[in-house]
Ligand binder design. Structure first.
Ligand SMILES: [Zn+2]
Ligand SMILES: [Zn+2]
Length: 313
């Protein structure tokens, strides 16, 4: 049975948060405190993503001195420029920026800034779509994006606008090959830390290899549950995970294939339940899988494109 990346790849999963603020911008804690908190919570890596604006003197946190054999950091920021459909500044997550990344000029737009960040080597994410009230047109405009922030824990706990799947699902439906990521966006002014993260598959806990894995989509997102293995053969999906009560497979329309129960750790799901066979041309060109545990915490795969799976079979 062919395994599915990233589960089939060499290496192990490393847990990290890509979106967090210190008092270098509008967070409550100094850098030491934020990084210490994540390290103690068992994270393998962290990226500080300060608001890259003049008011905070264009901060890109230099976290290199916190790197060790058991913990590492990515260098990045949350970038801002005009303007989204509702007339506000874009919030663009950029992981893997050079420390000397230039501030935007007054004329540079959000999409242009995102493109410049991608060209500088960054993994680019569309931050908190629901909080920003982004539309599908906004999703089209930010063409340089690698991924959509499908869960923002801070926006969820503070104002109940944590979800970003509505935007990503629409973009996927149009054939846009974007991935998903969950993050905290913690400011440590509320209970906004340790609620959403990524598990990145990499052979080494090194910034360069984590960044390459992020750009390749070799990771999944979680609020708690973990996916151990996944494979597809014919119309059958096999998944092994930490105990969950629901496993759902979704595609480009309302059809789903799902399993419900108590403390499921392994399941075989018939993808023909999605309406048409996985191997038929008219079926959804992509699938994604969500798992939900007994207290409602979820984990999400990146979209799985049928042509990529077929190439491997
Ligand atoms: Zn933001
Ligand atoms: Zn933020």
């Amino acid at each position: 049975m062919p395994d599915i990346a990233p589960f089939s790849l060499k290496g192990r999963f490393w847990r990290g948060n890509l979106h967090t603020h210190s008092n270098l911008s509008d967070g409550a804690l100094p850098l030491d405190g934020v990084i210490g908190a994540y390290r103690e919570a068992g994270y393998d890596f962290l990226q500080m993503s300060e608001h890259f604006i003049a008011r905070y003197r264009w901060p890109i946190a230099d976290t290199r001195k916190y790197r060790s054999n058991s913990f590492t950091t990515l260098i990045g920021a949350e970038l801002h420029a005009p303007a989204t459909g509702v007339g506000e500044l874009w919030h663009i997550l950029a992981a893997g920026l050079p420390l000397d990344f230039s501030p935007p000029s007054a004329e540079e737009t959000g999409p242009e800034l995102a493109k410049r960040a991608a060209e500088a080597g960054a993994f680019v994410g569309i931050a908190h779509p629901a909080w920003s009230q982004l539309s599908i047109e906004d999703g089209h405009a930010l063409a340089a994006a690698d991924a959509v922030e499908v869960y923002n824990h801070g926006c969820f706990v503070e104002v109940d606008r944590g979800d970003g799947w509505y935007l990503l699902d629409q973009l996927l439906r149009e054939g846009k090959r974007l991935n998903a990521f969950a993050a905290d966006d913690a400011h440590f002014k509320s209970d906004d830390a340790f609620g959403g993260w990524v598990h990145v598959k990499s052979e080494a806990l090194e910034p360069e290899s984590l960044l390459a894995a992020l750009k390749a989509g070799h990771y999944y997102s979680s609020q708690g549950p973990q996916i151990h293995e996944m494979a597809i053969s014919g119309d059958e999906l096999w998944i092994a995970c930490t105990p969950v009560n629901a496993i759902a497979v979704m595609g480009h329309n309302s059809r789903t294939a799902h399993r419900h129960g108590r403390s499921i750790t392994e399941a075989r799901i018939n993808l023909a339940d999605l309406g048409k066979s996985w191997t038929e041309v008219k079926q959804s060109p992509w699938l994604r899988i969500a798992i939900i545990d007994g207290v409602g915490k979820r984990a999400w795969t990146n979209p799985l494109w049928r042509d990529q799976v077929r190439n491997k079979q």
